[in-house]
Design a binder for this molecule. Structure first.
Ligand code: ATP
Ligand code: MG
Length: 598
């Protein structure tokens, strides 16, 4: 059985794959990045001409050739260059930062689509909080590489190349070489730092995931926490995670804090060398004073690219760590997906067959269903009853492939559901899960949650069948009442009835009700079943219930116990059997009698 996804290595030793992905993204947007980088080049050249101009200006002043016309010429040149730099600065920002935003947008979109395709097992493995952390922090770390990283990296490269070329070419190449003596030390330091950052950033993001998970759960479970007066304990646990996150981040911060001082220190070393050796050159007349001043300005201009390189290494290490995390999610294949050549019948008849179905959730877990077989002709109703944990929900989940049944066990209209395309299969079944989820939107939209036009009349009809209409109409905003976080909270029974109305609205050939009448009283249950009768007459229906009363009109009833069918038959047959079903019936009959007396 291929129940679990194939194991994948958790930590890859190299970041080559992530770097290749980044390279691919850059290549895809090569035009935008090309314009951005070219604009950056213009800006840098513009900036570089400034010290050169000033050097020339000083030399002219010393030579005594300055007059008003010359001064105006210099003013004009400085202003023209400043204007050029301003224009191209706008261009590079738009092209580089703008593209980074675009890539982040696309990646977020892709991640969301991917998450939508993932099945129940995936959400069992990943917490919502951690997934949220991926979608926020990791994506912004990736954007960091594609925006600031590209900008600072190119800028540093251009500046270093141009500055060094100008220093060596127009001033003094020996002096330039000597001033660069501390560089190898710097490279060594940055390399070691980068590796550490990568590892620690991954740990930081993981800790952030845990923290988000804790916050998300504590907020979702706020009511339970309050009811059990567990605020202190929950806060203490949160603090633990918060401290863990803080401490991991501090290890990163300490590393980062090392970066700038070390670079500045090594830069200072260069300045000392330049002052000593350069000063000697001026004294010996090999350098003019203007050249000496310009050289020192250039040296000063090298500090920023050095700092930028440190920053880029930091960004890239964070970005590749985050890319690895995102990629690990994207690499997970949906556990349920269309087989090659998956079929999608034109029309369904609704014949359902389960053959010798044995199922376990994972190889190491016990069997949850054992050798279950049942056949339902189109239009028939199957009732399933059994103790809690006996496998009822599992059985109906396998029908719609929430979990994948073994091959050759579950058939709809004679076709193994595993050979059917997932979407049409799920469209063919109106499934009311045991814990129907309601969205934070209007009641009408919660009911009309199906791939078809939300007709108001259909919503009303569905609500009427679910015995929901009069209650909703009494609400101030009727079917437009908002539910959930920004609206009202429905009672358990009301929630169940909204879920039922949703399934009725869906109007599919197979109807599955998983214990969705448990929170309504017997009278309402009877009314809902009465309302569903015409629908059930023309479609295949499965009703799971703890109450015998909900099943008595079913064509067949299965009694499940620990995953096995222990009794089967019609209501009358099962009563006559004097077995489990009979016991359940008698007990519930007494309960109903007591209820009636009260
Ligand atoms: P209830 O009447 O309480 O709804 P049920 O008959 O619907 O119970 P199931 O939900 O099908 O019972 O669960 C059957 C068994 O399978 C239980 O022992 C449960 O712990 C186990 N089980 C259910 N879902 C999973 C899962 N996703 N992973 C592992 N085990 C599971
Ligand atoms: Mg169940």
């Amino acid at each position: 059985m291929d129940l679990l996804p194939s194991p994948r290595p958790l930590e890859r030793p190299t970041v080559q794959r992530e770097l290749r992905i980044f390279a691919g993204l850059l290549w895809r947007y090569r035009l935008r990045y090309g314009v951005g980088v070219a604009s950056l080049l213009v800006v840098d050249i513009g900036n570089l001409t400034m010290p050169w101009l000033i050097g020339r200006f000083i030399d002219e002043a010393q030579a005594g050739s300055l007059d008003a016309a010359v001064i105006w010429r210099y003013v004009g040149m400085v202003m023209a260059i400043a204007a050029l730099v301003a224009g191209f600065r706008y261009l590079w920002r738009m092209n580089i930062f703008g593209t980074a935003r675009l890539v982040e947008f696309e990646l977020r979109d892709r991640l969301f689509r991917h998450l939508q395709r993932m099945g129940a097992r995936f959400y069992q493995r990943h917490s919502i909080g951690d997934l949220m952390a991926h979608a926020t922090n990791d994506l912004s770390a990736i954007r960091g590489v594609l925006g600031e990283g590209i900008m600072a990296g190119w800028d540093a490269l251009i500046m270093v190349t141009l500055t060094l070329a100008t220093m060596a070419g127009t001033i003094h190449w020996q002096l330039t070489l000597v001033a660069l003596l501390p560089l190898p030390l710097l490279i060594l330091f940055e390399w070691a730092l980068g590796r550490q950052i990568h590892v620690r950033f991954k740990a930081v993001q993981a800790a952030f995931g845990t923290l988000s998970e804790r916050v998300q759960e504590s907020l979702s479970g706020a009511r339970v926490i309050k009811a059990f007066a567990q605020e202190e304990a929950v806060t203490a646990r949160f603090q633990q995670d918060n401290v863990a996150y803080y401490e991991r981040f501090m290890t990163l911060t300490r590393l980062n804090a090392l970066n700038d001082p070390v670079i500045t220190l090594l830069g200072g070393l260069s300045t000392v060398i330049a002052l000593g050796y350069g000063g000697a050159l001026v004294l010996s007349g090999e350098l003019t004073l203007g050249q000496f001043v310009a050289f020192n300005s250039y040296l000063g201009m090298l500090v920023w690219p050095m700092l930028a390189t440190g920053w880029v290494i930091n960004l890239v290490q964070r970005g590749t760590a985050s890319m690895a995390r995102i990629q690990a999610l994207l690499d997970e294949a949906p556990d349920v997906s269309d087989a090659p050549g998956a079929k999608a019948p034109e029309a369904w008849r609704g014949r359902l067959e389960i053959r010798n179905l044995t199922f376990r959730y994972a190889p190491e877990l016990p069997e949850v269903l054992r050798d279950v077989s049942v056949t339902l002709r189109p239009g028939e109703t199957l009732g399933i009853v059994g103790r809690t944990g006996s496998g009822k929900s599992t059985l109906v989940n396998l029908l719609v492939r929430v979990y994948e049944p073994p091959e050759g066990t579950v058939f709809l209209d004679g076709q193994d559901v595993r050979t059917l395309a997932v979407e049409p299969l799920r469209n063919a079944v109106a499934y009311v899960p045991q814990d129907g989820f309601l969205f934070s939107t209007t009641i009408a939209e919660n009911v009309a949650f199906a791939p078809r036009e939300p007709e108001a009349a259909d919503v009303l009809r569905a609500a009427a069948i679910a015995q929901l209409d009069s209650e909703v109409q009494d609400m101030p905003h009727g079917f437009e009442t908002m539910l959930g976080e920004r609206g009202i909270t429905l009672s358990g029974g009301q929630r169940q009835r909204v879920s039922i109305a949703r399934a009725v609205f869906k109007d599919a050939p197979v109807l599955v009700l998983d214990d969705c009448l448990s929170a309504v009283d017997t009278l309402t249950e009877a009314r809902i079943l009465q309302g569903l009768k015409p629908l059930m007459a023309e479609r295949t229906t499965i009703i799971v219930s703890h109450r015998v009363s909900a099943l008595q009109h079913a064509d067949q009833i299965l009694v499940l116990d620990a995953g096995r069918v222990v009794e089967r038959g019609t209501h009358a047959e099962l009563l006559a059997l004097q077995g489990e079903y009979r016991k359940l019936y008698d007990r519930q009959a007494i309960e109903a009698a007591i209820e009636a007396v009260e």
